[in-house]
Design a binder for this molecule. Structure first.
Ligand code: GLY
Ligand code: MN
Ligand code: MN
Length: 436
């Protein structure tokens, strides 16, 4: 992502924050995994969105209209010894030179410098309640200013959630963002195809996971957007199954929910296919039902449609189908009203997708489902999960879990499926597996 993109975002943010106010946002932290070993560092999405700065121990400050510079970055000072152990870091010079901060200060001086920046401002925009240390520090800085009121110092009087501005911005993807999302989607889709081609009875779930990650990394995408779900047979009925440790059996389905991250942008794809390469009759019937529900839901993705219509369309197809297959009994309308489909389809149709797999952005405005607009990206992921011990249905359906998930961009004309490179019809899946 070019610096000009981050600059554009900062300008937009600055306009919304307004003169006389200030905004701050901290970076993510490193977290200890065990002695001397950290978890892989992943920058905070909001922070990265505005800065492109990929280090911990940093704080970005935005002061619209400040004469000496509107964008200030507090970060680690360059330290040669640290560089030997941990590699390059920008330092203050890099922060201004490469990351285009107007001013940079050592993060260790935050307590000394920030009160002076807060002084005289009306509102402080910041990610309220996300980091209790920052909540605490902010009140301390404000109290410090208040203690000097006799010298004429005026402390800010309003704390405002930065997310209300930022997350609305993040909901609409720019051309540069879509380029990264398309790349994440494309690489992830090919990873799923490879998993289909490599899958054989007797393999373990983790071996399929390894195939996916291998492909992502070979393509230069080192991080997964979320822990991969590779769930054979009844494991697929656990929605966020990530143990990925069981042996794959002929006759079972395999559900894979996995996506790579490309420069902080996620893909999120689910496919379900038979371990042996051929669906059984009951598997075929349930699979086709989920696929029909997904088609019906995707048809609802166009500008001006309320977000929930895709969900409602899927619920209707699924409920009708469950009645015709005999898993539910009764009138479709009443079954939908009584949510009788919920033991089998218990999650929503999807979510916004972007830097976070469950991305930011409001789903309702003034308590009404919001209307879709071009530039939004969302997943469409209906599923059916028939628990292994579900006594209310015929035995042949039990222990089957199916989800089909694609990433869909709302366009001016309707929609574009970003993940269409991975097949999903029964005929296509069987053909690709048998040709392998
Ligand atoms: N991978 C999580 C989800 O599909 O929402
Ligand atoms: Mn999803
Ligand atoms: Mn998913």
């Amino acid at each position: 992502m070019k610096q000009s993109e981050f600059k554009k975002r900062r300008k937009q943010l600055m306009q919304r924050v307004g003169k006389g106010n200030i905004a701050l946002i901290g970076s993510a932290f490193t977290r200890i995994r065990n002695r001397d070993v950290d978890y892989p560092f992943r920058q905070d999405s909001d922070f990265y969105y505005l800065t492109g700065f990929n280090e911990p121990d940093a704080m970005a400050v935005f002061i619209p209209g400040r004469e000496q510079g509107e964008y200030i970055l507090f970060c680690r000072e360059f330290d040669e010894k640290k560089a030997i152990w941990e590699g390059a870091h920008a330092g203050l010079e890099g922060a201004t030179k490469h990351f285009e901060a107007d001013d940079a200060f050592p993060i260790d001086d935050l307590d000394d410098i920030l009160p002076g920046m807060l002084e005289g401002k009306t509102k402080v925009f910041y990610p309220m309640g996300r980091d209790s240390d920052l909540d605490h520090s902010l009140l301390e800085w404000i109290n410090h200013i208040r203690s000097q009121s006799r010298t004429g110092a005026v402390a800010p009087g309003e704390l405002v959630s930065l997310e209300t501005i930022l997350h609305e911005m993040r909901l609409f993807k720019s051309t540069a963002e879509l380029k990264l999302m398309r790349r994440a989607a494309e690489v992830s889709a090919h990873g799923h195809v490879k998993a289909m081609q490599n899958c054989k009875p007797g393999m373990h779930e983790y071996q399929i996971e390894a195939d996916l990650v291998h492909h992502f990394m070979q393509e230069g995408l080192r991080a997964v957007a979320y822990p991969s779900i590779v769930a054979g047979g009844k494991n697929a009925c656990t929605l966020h199954y990530t143990a990925n440790k069981d042996k794959l059996k002929s006759g079972d389905l395999l559900l894979i929910d996995a996506g790579a991250e490309c420069d902080h942008y996620a893909a999120d794809i689910t496919r379900t296919f038979p371990v042996s390469g051929r669906f059984s009759e009951p598997q075929k019937q349930l699979y086709q039902l989920v696929l029909d529900a997904q088609y019906a839901a995707i048809e609802q993705i166009k500008p001006g449609q309320p977000w929930n219509l895709a969900h409602d369309a899927a619920v209707e197809v699924i409920t009708k189908g469950l009645v015709s297959l005999g898993l539910l009994k009764g009138r479709v309308k009443k079954l939908i009203k009584d949510e009788k489909y919920k033991p089998f389809f218990m999650h929503r149709i999807g979510h916004w997708l972007g830097m976070d797999v469950h991305d930011v952005g409001d789903y309702k405005i003034d308590q009404q489902w919001r209307l879709l607009e071009p530039g939004m990206v969302l997943t469409v992921e209906p599923g059916l999960y028939i628990a292994a011990d579900c006594k209310s249905v015929d035995e042949k359906w039990r222990g089957i879990g199916i989800r089909i998930e694609d990433d869909v961009l709302v366009t001016a004309e309707g929609h574009e499926i970003l993940t269409s490179a991975v097949p999903k019809t029964i005929a296509e899946i069987e053909a690709i597996m048998q040709a392998a």
